[in-house]
Design a protein around this ligand. Sequence first.
Ligand code: ATP
Length: 512
Amino acid sequence: MAKQEDIFKNVVSHAKEYGFIFPSSEVYDGLSAVYDYAQNGVELKKNIREYWWKSMVQMNDNIVGLDAAILMHPTTWKASGHVDAFNDPLIDNKDSKKRYRADVLVEDFAEKINQKAQKEIEKARARFGDAFNEEEFVTTNTRVVEYLSKYKEILSRLAKGMTDNLQDVKALIEELEIADPETGSKNWTDVKQFNLMFGTKLGASADSAMDLYLRPETAQGIFVNFLNVQKSGRMKVPFGIAQTGKAFRNEIVARQFIFRMREFEQMEMQFFVRPGEEMQWYHHWKETRLKWHLSLGLGKENYRFHDHEKLAHYANAAADIEFNFPFGFKELEGIHSRTDFDLKAHEQYSGRKLQYFDPELNENYVPYVVETSVGLDRMFLAVFATSLQEETLEDGSTRTVLKLPAVLAPTKAAVLPLVKKDGLPDIAKKIIDDLKWDFNVAYDEKDAVGRRYRRQDALGTPFCITVDHQTIEDETVTIRHRDTMKQDRVKISELRAIIEDEVSMKNWLMKM
Ligand code: ATP
């Protein structure tokens, strides 16, 4: 099996070679942790966004959409806590001059210990087969007990240090002898806080200009519009407001491709509920969001929940849905019970009431909020990396195939005339003219048909439709399925229904 690192490199180069993702302003050597979505990437990204939007807004009659501006009144960020507390602990290596997030260094170190335990568990599972009792094994095998307790101890000391005293985090790094991952040096500076918001200015002259921030999350645009939406939409609690849009964070450690970017897109939904009912909704949304992810068929084993022990200042419960990225399990989505923290803070800073009159209870209150927040770019990476596969065929040759969920594929079908003459291109173009009203379809006449199939496989196109000489006689074509490579002879008039059946959002979302 290929090494994780190689798999990841392959993902990055495939994304570039096939027109999914380019480094930003590459002619100037790029801009760190900023990326552009190319002709195929933009379609895949749009389809993921739409898949989310449909499941949220269209399928729930108590959730509506919003598109708030990126620039907001600066007091917003004071109220939300971002001015004072949106910090990452950074640490510099004095020898390499490289900068790291102190918490990430410790977490990565702890994860390695956890991986050792997991390896022992897998070995034992293979040895004992069906008779294996994992629960018993992890509590009795001395090595595993030792690894797991060390793992937990490190994480709990990290959490404590992060809240109480950053110098304890530095002490932990030194005690564990954590080295600079790139150079091996253990010569560290103190841990310092670093605010992640990008500042900008509004106004023409230097003195009158107002300091603004590029929003670091889309959620606050929802909170400040809560009452506008509730009143104008006559919404009754419980109800939700969904939004997708750009967010900006001046991330310190911005490696790992589109996993951690400085400009990225979020898909967030804030669900407003009666105080006291938030836990029930929190569990509801945890489950619903996992089902949404699973409906894409990327494999149940690739997801896990991580319940937070240390909670952010605004939350009374929080969990991540983690995904098995090419570099291990990492956060894909957060589900947070945010209490009434945000609305109350905006009431306090704005002096306006942000309350709901509940006709059933006959009382006013500030609703509690359960949030679901997923990174669109992280979703893209999860889908793209998992779908990219190298297959060995029966004849010993290999093919690279991007097995994207068909509902998300940038192009649903490619129409290929077998040869560039005898009127076959005209028939192919007629088929396209008919299908393009419903699907993104492509035309390709270059190279031998086998090579064109491979190219469409690498782009993730679920169907190739080939027009040949028999088509002239009986209006049939071959349709080739990307994953099975099976080819069927079908009538041109049947194509729409065949494609629709495989790519329709309805069929995919019904799996939720
Ligand atoms: P992390 O711990 O990985 O920095 P976070 O806990 O700060 O993430 P949230 O503030 O909960 O993230 O944001 C919600 C979602 O937005 C995350 O689950 C993730 O999918 C996405 N996200 C956050 N930061 C970035 C980033 N820099 N690049 C891409 N996506 C991001």
